[in-house]
Design a protein around this ligand. Structure first.
Ligand code: GLP
Length: 242
């Protein structure tokens, strides 16, 4: 794993954006795997800023997002559809039809998971997957204990994850109990992975990811130790125990 330390959240966001922008410049038809959460917001902000100044084009880029809540319509501001549109898609020239996110409103969730897996393979797989990390080591919404053999699947969110994400909702009760997520198997098939982490509250997860050599389904991010092309960009606080 290649670890790029950053001073703080702003520096991390600039470095992560530069990494993605250079990737797209070298492969203008890249398939980007994208993530949500608080951490990538700054990265997307700097990608938009670069688009406005340097016109890095995303016209031939295709995107696939990691996950989506079950039961939140796309118009709901807390849906990951709304998040991606507001933070990135509406600001750059990526074609709307080229941006894919699991449909958490599908009537048949199993069929939706299969459709999403087929879609990823029809795009030729993910070239660069951006990841955040949850406090319990979840990536995407793959909670501890999830089999590493799964592709896109439905998950029940843990109370910790729902509580961590409750800051965006009016109350904990409003946080969906389930989500669709790309599985570890699909994430591991990405040709390159960029994981970003910021802040003291991620320090323990980063310590386990970087320092412990034990690959275990109890700590989903540990799967990345078996991937040959992972870059971590994390700030000083997130790396303080690593
Ligand atoms: C959510 C997302 C993850 C994200 C995690 C951490 O659970 N599904 O993809 O990595 O939160 O989010 P944050 O960056 O807000 O700490």
């Amino acid at each position: 794993m290649n670890i790029i330390p950053a001073e703080n959240y702003n520096d991390l966001s600039q470095k992560a954006a530069k990494f993605i922008i250079e990737f797209v410049q070298s492969k203008p038809d890249a398939v980007l795997g994208l993530a949500t959460g608080g951490t990538p917001e700054g990265t997307y902000k700097y990608m938009v800023e670069d688009f406005n100044h340097n016109k890095t084009s995303y016209q031939n880029v295709r995107t696939v997002n990691l996950d989506e809540y079950v039961g939140l319509p796309v118009e709901n501001p807390n849906s990951y559809h709304a998040y991606m549109y507001n933070h990135l898609f509406k600001h750059i020239d990526v074609p709307e039809g080229g941006c894919h996110i699991p449909n958490g409103m599908a009537e048949d969730l199993d069929a939706e998971c299969k459709r999403y897996d087929q879609l990823i393979s029809s795009l030729g797989g993910v070239d660069l997957q951006l990841l955040g990390i949850g406090h319990n080591g979840h990536i995407g919404f793959n909670e501890p204990g999830t089999s590493f053999e799964k592709r896109t699947h439905t998950v029940e969110l843990t109370r910790t994850t729902r509580r961590a994400n409750a800051r965006y909702f009016d109350s904990l009760d409003e946080v969906p109990t389930h989500a669709l997520t790309m599985g570890i198997k699909a994430i591991m098939e990405s040709r390159q992975i960029l994981l970003i982490a910021s802040g003291k509250d991620k320090a323990e997860a980063m310590r386990r990811l970087i320092k412990e050599e034990n690959i275990s389904e109890d700590f989903p991010a540990s799967s990345l130790q078996a991937h040959s092309h992972v870059t971590i960009i994390a700030d000083r606080e997130a790396l303080s125990l690593a």
